[in-house]
Design a protein around this ligand. Structure first.
Ligand code: GLP
Length: 244
């Protein structure tokens, strides 16, 4: 769906997340959410915080798995996705810290594979992700699944694309400081979610949105794999949808 602006679109996505949480609570079940970082979901999280503070939305029994984290990365670093998630959402709601999962950027190299397999296993044991929200990078990455990612890929250590590192340079005070690697859920991990929402705002994203939605399905633009799923929705503002 296309909304007039990103604020309207963000409210709609937050409303769907809130409904999912409440529907699960009504059944005595836990919502399992796949969350994303970046500028794109910030207003969604802000609205969820408002719904918590003003409308009693509780995150007590909500379980979350984040898509990705830079590697290496200390959780308390300003640029970590741990810091991002606490600043934008977790610190402002009543979520149980034990229910929060974010890939660990502090692991020793030899422990990464076991960690990634366990990440997949934990999601599976909870019955899978009810909803995964996604942004999209200018390389067509979802999570940090860069060009060349396989459609059945799982959570793993990846090398970041040069363009992705350029786009992150501002956050790190220069590209040289941007980590060269990340741990990310795979395309296969994302696909298993029962519902997927990809959000994109602004004209800057219009060319990659066009490729993702209308382009040939290929590992060169990992987001094109989403065309193969029947439970994906693109939520766009008019500027991001302007080339469709
Ligand atoms: C980052 C994240 C992605 C995100 C993308 C777009 O690198 N790893 O999960 O979707 O880039 O970021 P933004 O929303 O800031 O444009």
């Amino acid at each position: 769906s296309v909304y007039g602006n990103q604020q309207e679109a963000s409210l709609a996505v937050a409303g769907r997340i809130a409904k999912l949480i409440r529907d699960k609570q009504a059944k005595g079940e836990q919502a399992v959410l796949g969350l994303a970082t970046g500028v794109t979901p910030i207003r969604v999280y802000a609205e969820l915080v408002r719904l918590h503070k003003e409308e009693g939305l509780s995150f007590k029994d909500v379980i979350t798995f984040n898509l990705d984290e830079y590697y290496p990365m200390k959780p308390d670093a300003a640029q970590s996705y741990v810091t991002f998630m606490y600043e934008n959402l977790f610190s402002h709601v009543d979520i149980d810290k034990a229910h929060v999962h974010i890939p660990d950027g502090t692991l020793d190299k030899e422990d990464v594979v076991a960690f990634c397999l366990d990440y997949e296993k934990q999601i599976e044991e909870l019955g899978g992700l009810d909803l995964q929200i996604l942004g999209i990078g200018r390389t067509g990455h979802i999570g940090f699944n860069e060009p060349g990612s396989a459609p059945n890929s799982g959570t793993r250590l990846v090398t970041l694309d040069d363009l992705t590192r350029s786009d992150a340079a501002r956050d790190f005070g220069g590209k040289a400081n941007v980590p060269t690697k990340a741990i990310t859920m795979g395309i296969g991990t994302i696909f298993k979610a029962r519902e997927i929402i990809l959000m994109a705002w602004s004209a800057k994203k219009a060319p990659i949105v066009k490729k993702a939605v209308e382009g040939e399905i290929s590992g060169e633009v990992p987001a094109t794999y989403l065309q193969l799923s029947d439970h994906v929705e693109f939520v766009l503002d008019e500027a991001a949808a302007s080339e469709l």
